[in-house]
Design a protein around this ligand. Structure first.
Ligand code: XMP
Ligand code: MG
Length: 184
């Protein structure tokens, strides 16, 4: 699949599985009080693989909501100016909300999202992200659950795309620079 496009596998399918199980256990312990009332908010499209695996690994029931946002900027960096493409279907007031994200890069998107969702008065609001790039951070955002801290490189796979490709890879990898320069 995608022969030659992936320069290296950064996180294998098995490493992702183990981490998803670990995060789900931790969340389950932390949300015993809220049991049955947890609302997962997945951010489309990048978080979709993580969201579905995470929800199935979670020992307690949770409801699933999705939001789609687009940040104005180039395809590989964000500006912090965010537009809602698809809003939540339901009111989150008094709910225990856990944002499920694929990756935190500059933190600008998440910072905006946290402000937006907290203005809707949830009972609690936390973030669970599979990946974080500590070296890219521009705004500090409180993130309770982090799967992997990764180097400041563009990554694809397991939901993450470049020009809408590679989301279907079961692992996280770095792209061969030839992909950026071939004008696909
Ligand atoms: P910020 O910078 O606002 O960006 O934290 C978060 C969003 O930017 C996308 N993003 C990436 N997408 N590989 C991707 O496929 C990456 O390495 C990458 N870094 C940031 C992603 O949509 C994320 O939600
Ligand atoms: Mg995203």
């Amino acid at each position: 699949m995608y022969d030659g496009d992936i320069a290296s596998v950064l996180i294998s399918e098995q490493q992702i599985k183990d981490k998803v199980t670990e995060l789900a256990k931790q969340v389950d312990e932390d949300y015993q009080q809220a049991a049955g009332d947890l609302l997962l908010v997945g951010v489309l499209k990048g978080a979709v693989m993580f969201m579905t695996d995470f929800a199935r690994a979670l020992p307690q029931p949770a409801q699933l909501e999705f939001m789609a946002v687009s940040s104005y900027g180039s395809s590989t960096s964000s500006s912090g100016v965010v537009r809602i493409l698809k809003d939540l279907d339901r009111d989150i007031a008094d709910r225990h909300v856990l944002i499920v994200e694929d990756i935190i890069d500059s933190g600008l998107t998440l910072s905006w999202l946290l402000k937006n969702l907290s203005s809707r008065n949830p009972a609690s609001l936390e973030v669970c992200t599979l990946l974080r790039k500590p070296d890219a951070v521009q705004v500090e955002v409180p993130v309770k659950y982090v799967g992997f801290d990764i180097p400041n490189e563009f990554v694809v796979g397991y939901g993450l795309d470049y020009a809408e490709r590679y989301r279907d890879l079961p692992y996280i990898g770095t792209l061969d620079p030839k992909v950026y320069t071939s004008g696909v």
